[in-house]
Design a protein. Structure first.
Length: 145
């Protein structure tokens, strides 16, 4: 049984598969309308390393078509700071997408004291609230001075 738990933990620690068509961290987003008049969000300056003076980090995504609305929750953690402290919860953001919406974004604003240089991670959950079973993956990024 211990092996199965380890395997689940590994899956949760990777970028999610199967639910998202595109999933990108970026410095911003722009809106566009596709040929079906559907609103789409496109990442601006995508990356996995950002300077500490950015206003926010955006998680911009496109979802696969689905029959039910989706609630996407992102939890931002400071994974490792330059001081080497353990994982620290910082912020939670959610987006509710109707079945007609296939594109969305989450915003993780600069913390009050500024971005601390180090490694960050966004734990991605599906559902109304965060539970042990709701996490579908993790994205990582770095903040540099």
């Amino acid at each position: 049984m211990a092996w199965a738990e380890t395997s689940d933990t590994k899956v949760q620690d990777q970028p999610p598969k199967g639910f998202f068509v595109n999933l990108t961290l970026a410095q911003g987003y722009k809106e566009s309308v596709d040929s079906y008049q559907t609103e789409r969000f496109k990442p601006v300056n995508p990356g996995t390393t950002f300077k500490s003076d950015i206003e926010a980090v955006y998680m911009v995504f496109d979802l696969l078509p689905r029959e039910n609305p989706a609630n996407v929750i992102g939890q931002l953690f400071l994974a490792k700071s330059e001081g080497g402290a353990d994982e620290k919860f910082m912020y939670e953001e959610a987006a509710y997408l109707t079945t007609a919406q296939e594109s969305g974004f989450l915003v993780f604003p600069r913390p009050k004291g500024g971005w601390v240089p180090g490694e960050y991670k966004v734990k991605i959950h599906l559902g109304e609230k965060v539970t042990e079973a709701s996490q579908i993956g993790t994205l990582r990024f770095k903040i540099v001075p």
